[in-house]
Design a protein around this ligand. Structure first.
Ligand code: GLA
Length: 396
């Protein structure tokens, strides 16, 4: 039994005075490539981290929902399932409460529960701690109430909870990664039709390592900027007469950009953030990069994805404008120290970068990044290997 699993079982007993009916886990994720493509019907390629959120839970017959977290300040959050209403921005408990709301709204027979959580997924690091919390809750309730839902359906309900209950306009990538990833693989997801493929990603066998550099910073700009980028992409699709930017073929990018130049009406009303043509260029080139990465992985050429990762970073920095000084420094210092490729991962404006390195060079690269952060006066980053791990599962 892992220490997190044991802590969750013990924590449950300490808080609720009985043993839990079961224990479930869901992981955090990093996205190898395909950033901000998931709300444009595009392609993504995330993998699950070994870091998990564990839920110890029991059903309750009385419609009361009690939530407690070993990592959060404050005591038990107690709610009535009948009273749940969308409540944008109301703390960590809104994520699991949103799951109960979304399941019930879908007409599923879910009642109350006692839940205690323990997590090793870093929060605010762009590693999807919220999706781990949502998906572990959905899986626990699925089992406790015998709902019989499959993983993709749980992921869609979790996204609905986050969009409609918590009020975050995220795509489907993080929840699908938490629900559907498998050990030793990256998950190729087509976010239009939700078809998936497990792509073998055995870094160790190739003598490689993927490092996560958690910059430990989160810039406030991130809040409204995500919605702004999303609205800009949707405006671009409208201006180009396509259902989503996914429908602009890479081979027709220049034509699409020329067309946008003739349509100033495509610019966002707020006038902030990048021009729509730059957003379009990122999405179209990023979908193409995902396909190129997949082709190289299918050909067994893992090292060859390095330059595509680095090109993805440049696109997020220059066209999508969601990088920041710390992320750029993580990427630049890792490349200067010999990394095969590096990019920011996740929503942007802080959080984490990914570095692909020869295993023999990984320690040296990590040290070089840490030194560069110190020299620039940034707080020390947290650096750890991303080992492709399992998705959500029942533990006991
Ligand atoms: C966040 C969102 C995802 C996705 C990424 C960017 O993690 O939750 O849906 O849009 O940003 O790729």
């Amino acid at each position: 039994m892992s220490t997190t699993q044991a802590a969750a079982a013990e924590g449950f007993r300490a808080v609720y005075g009985a043993a839990p009916e079961g224990l479930w886990a869901a992981p955090g994720r990093v996205n190898l490539i395909g950033e901000h493509t998931d709300y444009n019907d595009g392609f993504v390629l995330p993998l699950a981290l070994p870091h998990t959120t564990v839920a110890a839970a029991s059903a309750r017959p009385d419609g009361v929902l009690r939530l407690h977290s070993g990592g959060a300040d404050g005591g038990i959050v107690e709610l009535r399932t009948d009273d749940l209403r969308p409540a944008p921005g109301s703390g960590w408990a809104a994520y699991p409460a949103g799951i109960v709301w979304a399941l019930r709204e879908a007409g599923l027979p879910v009642g109350g529960a006692d839940v205690h959580y323990e997590s090793t997924v870093p929060t605010g690091a762009g590693l999807s701690s919220s999706a781990a919390l949502e998906v572990v809750t959905a899986l626990a309730l699925n089992d406790l109430y015998g709902l019989g839902l499959d993983r993709p359906r749980l992921a869609r309900l979790a996204q609905r909870a986050e969009n409609a209950f918590v009020g975050v306009p995220c795509g489907i990538m993080d929840q699908t990664a938490a629900a559907c990833c498998t050990e030793g693989h990256a998950l190729f997801l087509n976010t239009r039709d939700l078809t998936r493929r497990q792509v073998p990603f055995d870094l160790a066998a190739e003598g490689l390592q993927l490092l996560v550099v958690d910059t430990c910073v989160q810039h406030e700009l991130g809040d409204g900027a995500y919605a702004q980028r999303r609205a800009g992409c949707e405006g671009g699709a409208r201006a180009l007469g396509v259902r989503a930017l996914r429908d602009v073929p890479y081979a027709h990018l220049s034509e699409a950009l020329a067309r946008l130049d003739g349509e100033p009406g495509a610019e966002p009303a707020s006038g902030t953030g990048p021009a729509v043509r730059d957003l379009v260029r990122h999405i179209v080139t990023e979908n193409h990069r995902v396909e190129e990465v997949i082709a190289r992985l299918d050909a067994g050429e893992i090292r060859a994805i390095g330059p595509l990762l680095t090109a993805g970073h440049a696109s997020l920095r220059d066209d999508f404008a969601i990088s920041c000084a710390e992320l750029d420094l993580a990427v630049d210092s890792a490349l200067a120290a010999g990394a095969l490729g590096a990019r920011m991962t996740g929503g942007g404006f802080g959080g984490s970068a990914l570095v692909l390195a020869e295993r023999s060079a990984a320690e040296h690269i990590g040290t070089a990044v840490t030194k560069a952060f110190a020299a620039a006066g940034h707080i020390a980053p947290r650096i750890f290997p991303a080992v492709p791990s399992a998705g959500a599962r029942r533990l006991a």
